[in-house]
Each structure stands twice: as C-alpha cells, then as structure tokens.
Design a protein around this ligand. Structure first.
Ligand code: X2X
Length: 361
C-alpha cells in the first residue's frame, strides 16, 4: 500500500512538472539561421533537446521574425513572453538597457582577451544582474564579434576618408553619435533591409563582424574596401525570460545553463577564427575575394579615437561611471598580446614576404 502511494505521488509530481512545461519554446535570433550566430542558437536548441531526452523543445525563429523585423524590439518581446529564449546582440538591447552601451564605447576593447575579461568577470555579472531585474536571465555570453567597416567608395585609414560616407547603422542612438563624430552620414536601418540597401547602393558602407556576418553574406559583392579597426565589440547573450526560467526544475536549469555555455563556446571559436594574429586567414580570404584590406595601426586608431570624446562625455554617465571604471580596470589587467597593431605588422610582413617571393621568381 505504501509503495503504491509513493508511486502515485511520484507520478503526480512528474505530471505536475510536465504540465508546467511548454510543448515548444520559442527562441529569437535577429539574423538568418545559416549565419554562425543563428547556428549557435540552433546548436543550443539541439543540445537541450538531446540532453533532456526530448522533454525541452526549443524552436529557433531566425531573421527577426518574432518582432516583424524590428531588431531593437527584441528585449521587449522577451519581457512580453512572445519569446522564451534569445541569442541576442548587446547592440539590439542597448536602447532598452542603457548599461549595454558599454560595448559600444569606441575603441574601449583592444582585443578578445579584454572582451572575455569583462564578460566573464564582475562586470559581466553586474550587467546580467541588471538585466535579470528587468525580467530576463543571461545564461552565457556568446559573440557576434568586433565590428569592422566596409564601403564601396574608397579605402578608409584616416577620419577624412570616412567623412561624408553614408553608413548603415543599427537603430541604436549611440551609433548615430559615433558616426557623426567621424563626420560620416549615419543611416538607421534594420538588418532585414540592409543587404538590399547595400545591393542598391542606398548606402556607401556599413559596419559588422567579419566571420559572423560579412563573409557569410559575401560583402565583397557590394563593398570592395574593409577597414579593420575593432571600433566596437558586439557580445551576444544567450538568455531566457524569467517567467520561463522559473518554471524549470533545478536539474533542467543546470542542463540549460550548461548547454548555453557549450553552444556559446563553440560559437565564439567559430567567429574568432582567422582574426587573431598569427592566424589571419580571414583577412586573406577577404583579399582573395578582391577586397582591399586596411588594418589600422595604433596611431591610426588614435586619430579616430580622439574624435570620440563627445561620445564618451555623453554616454559614460548614462552607462554608469562605476561600470565603465570597472570595465577599464578589467581590461587593464589583460596582457596586451594581440592588439590590432600586431595584426597590422603581421599583414605587412606577409605582404613583404609575398612581394619578396614574387620578385625572386
Ligand atoms: O544589424 C546588425 O548590424 C547586426 C546583425 O549585427 C545586429 O543585429 C547587431
């Protein structure tokens, strides 16, 4: 009798848990599922399905389809429960969560080690705590990447080269301020319309990460010039709405967290490949596609950075002085191993070696 009773209790409690679970969860992604960013989301959904033996099913809605193309509304749809999960760019949420503009401060992050030091440390935790208070839990940090500049008009190595160029940016206010500081002509546009705009020459240029976006969309079909300047970085947040999160059992929460870490680690490796000296194969690929690749030296970056003082004056107080100071401290402790200048030197060396070889033949 006792055994029967405990059996019945067991059945009832698992039914109760199952009843709280959805047959299918939604996951939002701004870009297409064929891009490494979209693939990161699919990988997370697959890992969760496998590891939960099919109990937790997540369907990925790519290409901003849950917010009718308006990418800056993504945080809103998470809060409203339209989407349960997202692999979201800090840029797209930074108009709602102003602290995330930390990553949009021009030339603050010199290298990937600096990005990791911030996202994986106290600052990342502070940002996640702030987001949690607004209704969303960050499970792990992924990456879109450092955003590099491309255009169809001329190579850009100094601010005067960028002057007057029409540059497509995301509809997040700080990007207008940054491009205006460079005297470029920024134009807000959702990602969904951007490729057509490049094709039709509605804009002269844009800024996006190389492996995550530019290579998959074959940017060389529209723009022949790329400037590596690492002017802002775009981490991704694998996140879940608090309302959905609270309904999972502690075991499933642990499973979801681990799957988020595994999927974003994979995704970060993919988007960083060939962009860190001495492996600059991504640069080589762009050259092979006929692009003029300009890698800014530290001095050239200084010339751009000097112009962004008004951006810092306006945005640091909005982001929070303390948060920015903590981020600066986390960046300062990182050994300067792979700064853009080093990349520039390696490219120059490779070119010199190639020229030497060609001359010898
Ligand atoms: O719109 C962009 O440029 C993109 C795809 O990188 C973001 O969603 C931030």
């Amino acid at each position: 009798m006792r055994i029967l009773l405990s059996l019945m209790l067991l059945v009832c409690s698992s039914v109760a848990i199952a009843a709280d679970y959805k047959a299918e969860y939604r996951m939002s992604v701004v870009v297409g599922s064929n891009l490494p960013w979209g693939e990161g989301a699919t990988r997370f959904a697959d890992l969760v399905r496998e590891r939960s033996d099919g109990k937790i099913n997540i369907k990925v809605y790519a290409a901003s389809s849950l917010m009718a193309g308006k990418q800056t509304n993504e945080f809103l749809i998470m809060r409203q429960g339209v989407s349960d999960f997202a692999l979201a760019s800090t840029i797209n949420w930074s108009s709602t969560i102003r602290e995330l503009n930390l990553f949009n401060l021009p030339f603050l992050f010199p290298d990937y080690a600096a990005v990791d030091s911030v996202t994986q440390g106290e600052v990342g935790q502070m940002l996640a705590d702030g987001i949690e208070k607004k209704g969303v839990t960050v499970l792990a940090w992924g990456e879109n990447g450092f955003r590099e500049l491309t255009n169809s008009v001329r190579p850009v190595s100094k601010p005067e080269d960028l002057k007057g160029l029409k540059i497509r940016v995301v509809g997040t206010p700080i990007f207008i301020d940054i491009m205006q500081a460079f005297e470029a002509n920024p134009i807000n546009m959702n990602w969904g319309e951007a490729k057509i705009a490049f094709q039709q020459g509605v804009v002269d240029g844009q800024e996006n990460p190389v492996n995550s976006i530019l290579i998959p969309i074959k940017i060389w079909d529209f723009h022949k010039n790329i400037t590596f300047w690492r002017y802002v970085v775009d981490p991704l947040m694998l996140s879940v709405s608090n309302k959905t999160w609270e309904k999972f059992s502690p075991e499933d929460q642990a499973l979801l967290r681990q799957a988020a870490i595994d999927a974003t680690n994979w995704q970060k490796d993919v988007v960083r490949k060939g962009l860190i000296a001495p492996d600059l194969s991504a640069h080589e690929q762009l050259k092979a596609e006929g692009m003029t690749v300009t890698v800014l030296t530290a001095e050239q970056i200084e010339a751009f950075k000097a112009l962004t003082k008004p951006v810092y004056d306006k945005w640091v107080p909005r982001i929070g002085e303390e948060l920015v100071a903590k981020a600066r401290a986390a960046i300062a402790v990182v050994p300067k191993a792979e700064v853009a200048t080093e990349a520039a030197e390696v490219v120059e060396e490779t070119e010199a070696a190639a020229e030497g070889e060609a001359a010898a033949q």
